[in-house]
Design a protein around this ligand. Sequence first.
Ligand code: 1AL
Ligand code: ZN
Ligand code: ZN
Length: 462
Amino acid sequence: MSVAPRLVITSNRVLRSPAAPAAPGTIIVDKATGKIVEVLDTVKTRQDFGEQITHQEDFVEAVDNVVMPGVVDAHVHINEPGRTHWEGFATATKAAAAGGVTTLIDMPLNSIPPTTTVENLHIKTDAARGQTYVDVGFYGGVIPTNVNDLIPLVKEGVKGFKCFMIESGVDEFPCVNEEEIAAAMEKFQETDSVFMFHAEQDCGDIPKPEGMDPKDYNTFLHQRPQLLETNAIRTIIKLAKQYPKVRCHIVHLSAADALPMIRQAKADGVRLTVETCPHYLSLNSENVPEGATEYKCCPPIREDENREKLWEALKEGTIDYVVSDHSPCVVELKLMEAGDFVGAWGGIGGLQFGIPVVWTEARRRGCTIQDLTKWQSFNTARQVGLGGIKGSITVGADADFVIWNPDETFVITKEIIEFKNKVTPYMGRTLHGVVKETFVRGQKVWTQGKITSEVALGKLLL
Ligand SMILES: NC(=O)NC(NC(N)=O)C(=O)[O-]
Ligand SMILES: [Zn+2]
Ligand SMILES: [Zn+2]
């Protein structure tokens, strides 16, 4: 009688889902399908599995390291094709694997062409195929001219749509006005697709930075006040009420001033979800060094007091989850030598460091690994329609795991960064939370600081 080969992982700290704390467990995976077939609540031994273990490395004893559902990073800019020198599929997904991210969802802009038509989506997926070390899904974009492309993109399997309410930073992806948003909502109300907003809206109230020092972070902060975010979010909530069937989502929330409005909208039953990012939860404007443009992103990193309010909102569930918004560019466009905050590209490189950046802050606020799983794996998976498949360790789900040590620290250096352009505001920081091994559908893709799969086995999720 032949036995089905298994991968077995044991640990004293298995975190199955946000519903229960870490506890001893044994996870049994069918190697043929990459699915979890059984989860036991005791730590078994190698002998318990006999011939079901065909290779020594298929029995993994994590001991006191945490075994958690792989992170689902639902907001990443991979700029291939067209701007592959900014970021490509191979480098981005290696960085993901290194950071315990087993699924990422790619944003529709910064690659050329942007993902705004079915044809463009195919150009994107052709570029991705065979290059990804983790699983990758795709968002479509809403721009002024593609209202008739939206439903076809939904049918192709995009995981949602992003639009901008202010210039996006790239010419190929223009922003939309209220009328154009409403026209897109007409389409989306027949679907379950999520409509995501870059929520900054200029109602003629941006002060010009004239006479201000471009190397001073406050000059940039002054140009992107909280008001832009509250303007946009007020508009989004108004439109969401007009189209109550449409799932609306605010990406990368930075402005705590918008929280009362969001709380009220959620209490009123508006279909609204909200994300924030590790940089808004860990960095503050008071500590941005002069000319340090690696900190520039839109909306901006704000004051420490604002950051604490974001933490409160995350803990209470007003903010639903945390994503990287990894949006890098080539070093030159960061204008680091000039230290010009006004002219530099806005976007932060941070994929790979989501777990340690959030965990380092979370642990000193009394949050748990359960919370982290909810914010970075469970809720994000559910958001993009992958609940039950990704984001939890449960029978029938994909065997996507990150094994990590929450108590160990490490230092971020250029040498350990896997993403293409080694620019990040976290450089030199000592963080808690060391990723040891990453598994995607039962295959070990990362161990001991290295990629372990010789071929890129990531799946495109369409
Ligand atoms: N063009 C961009 O990638 N923009 C991104 N830039 C940031 N966040 O600074 C974003 O998500 O808006
Ligand atoms: Zn954005
Ligand atoms: Zn983004």
